[in-house]
Each structure stands twice: as C-alpha cells, then as structure tokens.
Design a protein around this ligand. Sequence first.
Ligand code: COA
Length: 250
Amino acid sequence: MSDNIIVQDEGAVRVVRISRPEKKNALTSDMYTALAAALDSANADSAVRCTLIAGVPGAFTAGNDLADFMKAATQGAGLARPAHVFLKALVNNNKPLLAAVQGVAVGVGTTMLLHCDFVTAGTDAKFSTPFVALGLLPEAGSSLLAPRLMGHPRAFALLVMGRKLDATQAQACGLVNDVVAPEEADAHALKAAQDIAALPPEAVALSRRLMRGSVDDVAARIDEEARLFGERLKSPEAHAAFAAFLNRKR
Ligand code: COA
C-alpha cells in the first residue's frame, strides 16, 4: 500500500486520489501498485459503479518519479513492473473511469487520460508528454490511442515534439470534456461520476464495451511500448536527461 494514494468510496463512486504534493504527485512504484489495486478492486465490487482519479491542487501528476527512472537507467532494470501492471489495469478496468485534472499532468498523467471515459480539467491544467526529450518514447498505449483520438499531426506534436496543451487545447483535441475553475474540478467530476452511477449499470457497461471495442490491440501496444521503453531507459540519452533534471540548479 501507499500513503500517497487515498481511496475513498463516495456512494457508488470510487475516488482514487493521488496525493504526494511535495513532489507534484510524481508516481513511485508503490503508488502504481496502489492505483492498480484500486482499479482492480473496483472491478470486482458491484457496489462501485465508476471510478474517479483525482490529484491535488496544482498537480494531477508530474508523471513517473524521475529518481526511479534514474535507478532503472543505472541498474539496467528496465520499466518497473508496477507501472506496467497499472497500465494493464487501465485497459482491463471495466467500470467507467473519470479524471479530475488540476495543474500539471505530465507523461502518464496525460496518457492515462486516453483510457478515461470522462475528463474534467481545471483552467490551470497543463498536459505534456516530454517522453522523447527524455530519450524515451510514448507509453500507456498512447502511440495508438492519441492518433486515433486527435489525428496524427496533433498526436505527433504532443507525443514526439513535447508540445504542451492547456485545458482549452486539450478540450479541442477531445482529451477533455469540461473545463472549469481549478477549485471546482473535483466537485464537477464527482457530479459527472454520480450522474453515471445513477444510470442503469448493465446498460452503461454494455454501451461502454461496445464503444471501446476490443482492447486487445491496446494491450498489445502497451506491451510493445513497454519493451522498447525499457530499452530506452538504459540509453545514454535517457540517462543524461534524468541527470539533468535531478541535478538542476534552482
Ligand atoms: N519525479 C521526481 N520528482 C519530481 C518530478 C518527477 N517526475 N516532478 C517534480 N518533482 C519534484 C521536484 O524535483 C521538486 O522536488 P524538490 O522540491 O525536492 O526539489 C518538487 O517535485 C516540485 O517540483 P518543481 O519542479 O519545483 O515544481 P514546478 O511547479 O516548478 O514544475 C513540473 C513542475 C512538473 C513542470 C516539473 O517538476 C517537471 O518538469 N517535472 C518532471 C516531469 C517529468 O519529466 N516527468 C516524467 C514524464 S515521462
């Protein structure tokens, strides 16, 4: 378990809060494990109708903890298994998944949204995936899902060029449903979750399954990305980028 992932059921809505504000909610292995467990247990619990992932003011998440990436780079370990398990839990999750994004959503903070059914963003939200600048490559099935959602040119600018999206741009790309004041993001998302939870659950589940189609290709892409990502983590390019962040002078 991780103290940085707080799981609380609000009626039929499972609220999973990422809370490591001092590190902008950067995700450690323990946090990935707790996130995956929260999704998996929601799947198995008929009292839970949908799941909402939220962060803290100013940070949805700054993505993978770069100190963990550095360890992987220097110890030659590749992508940590808990991260991979979380990504698979996103694909296998069978309840509607919502997100409330305030502040930074970096790396997996943006790519996990591609697995969500409804995303609320605060006006302060900033979406970015600096994978390639870090010597890495897109993960979480984003190399498949982002071009499908927003078209290749916009996905390329986001995933390869590392161009950031603000809340309005993310909405225009189809990544975000609603943009609200930052302090209203959580309540707005919870209301949307409660609206979903009030619908007939079997009809919701069938509709969602039809709309998502087979997820085998997404699962296979996550595996392929993870294999290449693990190789890239050990590359001199990635090592230099992690060291530059961890040793930056401020
Ligand atoms: N891994 C580890 N620590 C991180 C982190 C990450 N991904 N993101 C932020 N932190 C830490 C910072 O090192 C800092 O810790 P310190 O106070 O002990 O030095 C703290 O969180 C606050 O971050 P800071 O950079 O001061 O906040 P900011 O508001 O100026 O910038 C970000 C926020 C997210 C834009 C910036 O921290 C950043 O670029 N982080 C790296 C994001 C990243 O590359 N993630 C991996 C994607 S694959």
